[in-house]
Design a binder for this molecule. Structure first.
Ligand SMILES: N[C@@H](CCC(=O)N[C@@H](CS)C(=O)NCC(=O)O)C(=O)O
Length: 378
């Protein structure tokens, strides 16, 4: 090994040491320390390899690791109604869970090759940093600090959400209530979330003096709210809708407000930063599902579109396909649509049952006035 290579490797190990120390000082899940994977550092520091040096500097993308392992480790909530709910048999169902399956179908050809890892909000980023999960698909909001300081990269937004509040109608709240109306209230939420920070800031700006109780698990939040230990609970609007459907006791009436959410919560997949091949695989899985939604091609009809001309044909593995150059099989996205479905199928099957519909919402396709949009497959 020549001297310059030795110095570069030394620099790589020093960088990893700094990262590890920074991780140790993390006390707040939402402000977790920067994560830099060994692979990413190696990629940025490695000099052109000669044959003799290959084994020393070889460090590939997580894509290679996942394909060699044959299973995708996917971080989810496990208790997010309609997004990721762990069942009695250990399986996980929901919108987020289906995106885990979609990535497994694209990368491994098998939507069932997923090891679901249930994580609380404050555990989630550390699980990515330590490599416990390959991708996190857990009601996670894309924010500036998570994208930079926390060391994550974010894939396409799969659900445009916003934070709202929920209270009992018997306490005088209605769907038109505002944050200024919660003065003196005890508010429950989850630790390590954007929610916790947004409500503290919104209440202060609205001149409402609140007591904020932050719990590690969502179940604790809901048990406390139902028992009357807090007047208000607050989180992503989709979670409030799901919990109202699932947990509202017969003798209580819960109301959600304000009508316009207090924040933007774009939710989608996230993974460790600086691994472009892995990011591309995850991102284009989502984009392929969005494009097939635009064309109205579903799991039931996809077989009759293999061999189509243009974008559809390319995405399904035909002439001009671009999947193999990404390290995927030519039919990777055919497998996604066949085994899991397009964006709309996954949305409707998981979210319509709790009363969340795309029509008229930001989650409609761009041709229908929504924000769901993909770059072209070309
Ligand atoms: N999107 C927010 C909040 C994410 C979050 O953890 N929300 C909790 C509170 S709703 C959750 O998903 N819980 C699962 C549930 O609803 O039980 C973030 O990324 O910080």
């Amino acid at each position: 090994m020549n001297k310059s290579k030795l110095l570069k490797l030394l620099a790589m190990f020093l960088t990893i040491g700094v990262v590890a120390a920074a991780c140790g000082s993390d006390s707040d899940g939402d402000d977790a320390a920067p994560a830099t994977t060994a692979a990413a550092v190696a990629e940025t520091t490695a000099a052109p390899a000669t044959t003799a040096e290959v084994e020393v500097v070889a460090a590939g993308s997580l894509l290679d690791t996942v394909q060699a392992r044959g299973t995708l480790n996917c971080g989810v909530s496990g208790s997010a109604v309609a997004f990721s709910e762990t069942q009695a048999d250990g399986s996980v169902v929901g919108f987020d869970a289906d995106y885990c399956r979609a990535v497994a179908a694209a990368v491994l050809g098998d939507a069932n090759a997923v090891n679901f890892v249930a994580l609380t909000a404050s555990e989630r980023f550390t699980a990515v940093q330590t490599g416990d999960v390959d991708v996190l698909i857990r009601n996670t909001t894309w924010t500036q600090s998570r994208d930079s300081d926390v060391g994550m990269d974010f894939g396409p937004t799969t659900y445009y959400d916003g934070q709202q509040l929920m209270a009992r109608a018997s306490d005088g709240f209605t769907g038109s209530s505002q944050v200024s109306d919660i003065d003196g209230a005890i508010v429950c939420t989850n630790a390590g979330t954007t929610t916790e920070k947004n409500i503290a800031e919104a209440a202060e700006m609205a001149g409402a003096d609140i007591t904020l109780l932050a719990f590690e698990t969502s179940d604790e939040v809901w048990e406390t709210f139902i028992a009357g230990g807090c007047d208000i609970t607050t989180t992503d609007g989709s979670a409030l809708v799901g919990r109202k459907v699932k947990n509202q006791p017969a003798d209580q009436e819960w109301v959600i407000f304000p009508a316009t959410p207090i924040s933007k919560e774009p939710l989608g997949p996230t993974y460790g930063q600086n691994d472009s091949a892995w990011a591309d695989a995850v991102n284009w899985t989502v984009y392929a599902m969005i494009i097939m939604d635009e064309y109205g091609i579903t799991s039931a009809t996809v077989d009759s579109h293999v061999g189509d001309a243009g974008e559809v044909g390319r995405l399904l593995g035909g002439d001009g396909e671009l999947q193999t150059v990404m390290g995927l099989s030519a039919d990777a996205f055919y497998q996604v649509i066949k085994q899991v479905g397009n964006y709309g199928e996954v949305y409707d099957s998981n979210l319509n049952p709790v009363g969340l519909y795309r029509e008229g919402s930001s989650n409609a396709g761009w041709l229908d006035g929504g924000l769901i949009y993909s770059p072209p497959a070309r």
